[in-house]
Design a protein around this ligand. Structure first.
Ligand SMILES: *Cc1c(COP(=O)(O)O)cnc(C)c1O
Length: 377
């Protein structure tokens, strides 16, 4: 901590850290771009059914959990982790069929990958909006110009607007979430290709929901010099471990590696992810159950009088017709179910809520508590 200025005399430590002095100092020292941000809001779930954060509701089956603990028992906590995480990257190449011509960058979640890429490229940063908020938040960290181009009314990419914004702003990096969060849809690949062709800078395809979409633009890596693909294990069922990764030409990844802090992925995460990747089939079965439930929740919400948007992810965005989003959100809270109210997040999301798909019984509780549903009437 920096000492306050002009302290020639001994001051009472309580008084020295009193509100006004500290606040004045903070205003002086912290950059305006940071002061303008607000901390990422996380609503405490308490004992509610937690359907607000795109987590996989299933944990490891008990037998597998024992095997995993055996792996951790041998972890050397006194040593720094392998800074190159060679074993883990080897497994990622094999399990996800990642070309050996491409390199892999690991992050403490893909949030950190976004930060690494933006630290390396600077701005401007361009994305369609509404999309994942961290692209804009992290641009704020770096004082980088952020350009958000509205999606069309069906939440597709507005090709003309994107292309003309690229010509006008010449972004260092364009982020495209595929599928998009919070809308849940996959964008038209043809339009994405036009954006990649037009971009003078890097285009990052964020495939956080890949496991639920089964569609990928990883093949674009071989065709374009300016594409990097990002993935995460969070939505697949390992949100607590924090592992994200980016795949790209070694020339891109080599530059990003310089920005990555040396030991950003800890021993327990490396070992646990290696173990999980050996049992990917377990996670893929859970994914299939979540997708089956996604269909059921979608149909039930439509029957209850809500407008659901098509989702290729593990959540559904829906718009309220008969009640305000705020009323629906509160009714659900009263029923001990927490989802996400996006009504004020962006004008295109007016009266919209987002529910993460949970276990069948969690989804039942959600459907029972939502106004208008057969069971709540
Ligand atoms: C959840 C999410 C992320 C962040 O995932 P972490 O790996 O948990 O940091 C990145 N991109 C999108 C589009 C997401 O929805």
């Amino acid at each position: 901590m920096r000492a306050p200025r002009n302290t020639g005399e001994v001051t009472d430590p309580v008084k020295r850290s009193s509100g006004s002095d500290t606040e004045r100092l903070v205003l002086e020292v912290v950059r305006p771009a940071i002061r303008a941000l607000s901390a990422y809001p996380v609503t405490p779930a308490h004992d509610r059914v937690k359907l607000d954060a795109m987590e996989n509701p299933y944990s490891l089956p008990p037998a597998l959990r024992e095997e995993w603990l055996d792996v951790l028992r041998n972890a050397e906590l006194n040593r720094y982790p392998d800074a190159r995480a060679a074993d883990l990257k080897e497994k990622l190449h094999t399990v996800f069929g990642i070309s050996r011509d491409a390199s892999i960058l690991l992050g403490n979640g893909s949030d950190e990958i976004i930060q690494i890429i933006q630290t390396a490229t600077g701005g401007p940063v361009l994305t369609p909006v509404p999309t994942f908020v961290m692209y804009e938040t992290i641009a704020g960290f770096a004082d980088a110009e952020f350009v958000g181009i509205p999606l069309d009314t069906g939440f597709g990419l507005d090709a003309d607007a994107m292309l003309s914004a690229i010509r006008r702003h010449r972004p260092a990096v364009v982020f495209i979430a595929y599928p998009n969060n919070p809308t849940g849809n996959l964008f038209d690949e043809k339009v994405i290709r036009r954006i990649i062709d037009a971009a003078n800078g890097l285009v990052v395809i964020d495939e956080a929901y890949h496991a639920f979409a089964k569609q990928s633009l990883m093949h674009c890596l071989e065709q374009y010099p300016n594409v990097v693909v990002m993935r995460t294990l969070s939505k697949l069922g390992l949100a607590g471990l924090r592992l994200g990764f980016a795949v790209g030409h070694p020339a891109w990844i080599g530059q990003f590696e310089k920005v990555r802090l040396p030991y950003n992925v800890g021993v327990l995460t490396q070992k646990s992810v290696e173990f999980a990747l050996e049992h990917l089939d377990v996670f893929m079965r859970q994914t299939e159950e979540i997708k089956a439930e996604r269909r059921r929740v979608h149909e039930s919400l439509n029957e209850a009088g809500y407008d659901c948007f098509r989702s290729d992810a593990n959540f559904i965005l829906f718009r309220c017709r008969d009640h305000s989003a705020g009323e629906v959100f509160q009714s659900l809270l009263n029923g001990e179910v927490l989802i996400k109210n996006l009504s004020d997040a962006h004008p295109a999301l007016a009266e919209c809520l987002r529910v993460t798909i949970g276990t069948p019984s969690e989804n039942d509780r959600f459907l029972a508590a939502i106004p208008g549903s057969a069971s709540s009437r």
